[in-house]
Design a protein around this ligand. Structure first.
Ligand SMILES: [Zn+2]
Length: 165
């Protein structure tokens, strides 16, 4: 069947980002461990789904998403300087590492360390892929109708629909 709303899709992908005009490999899902998801319920980037619409098993795809259609543009307000003292109980943070932080309401989140100076650490709370154009390519392995359970849960239960959770 063709990819359409409420179908479960299994696919492989190679994901690249575009950094200063150069493609950088990010991650992949291969035949042995494909990405399986319920199509058309807002689990994936809308433009990602739009590019897959109508494809069927055996089809390959290859498309680009500009940052605004992917994880958005970088928000300069989401970059903050924190005093280095805050980190005295922790291992010294490294550039590009992720550190756990907590907001005033107790929500925990991870921030990327962008810069370290003598007395402060600059953290970036943007999505790691914000501001980047994405390039996806891969192959559709399977398309099937979602089961009633999958539709009521709003997610896929594995490639054969039996992995309940
Ligand atoms: Zn479930």
């Amino acid at each position: 069947m063709n990819i359409q709303p409420n179908s479960v899709v299994a696919l492989t992908y190679d994901l690249y980002t575009n950094k200063d005009g150069e493609e950088v490999f990010v991650e992949k899902a291969e035949d042995s461990n494909p990405l399986v998801f319920l199509y058309g319920v807002g689990m994936m980037l809308p433009k990602f789904e739009e590019n897959l619409k109508g494809l069927q098993p055996g089809d390959t795809y290859d498309f680009h998403l500009v940052a605004g259609d992917a994880y958005g543009h970088k928000d300069e307000k989401a970059i903050a300087d924190l005093p280095l003292d805050m980190f005295k109980d922790m291992e010294h943070p490294a550039i590009d590492s992720f550190i756990p932080l907590q907001d005033n309401e107790g929500n925990q989140f991870r921030a990327r360390v962008a810069e370290i100076s003598d007395n402060s650490v600059t953290v970036d709370l943007n999505h790691p892929m914000a501001g980047q154009d994405l390039h996806f390519k891969g192959k559709i392995l399977e398309v099937r109708e979602a089961t009633a359970d999958e539709l009521s849960h709003g997610h896929a239960h594995g490639i054969d629909g039996h992995a309940g959770h």
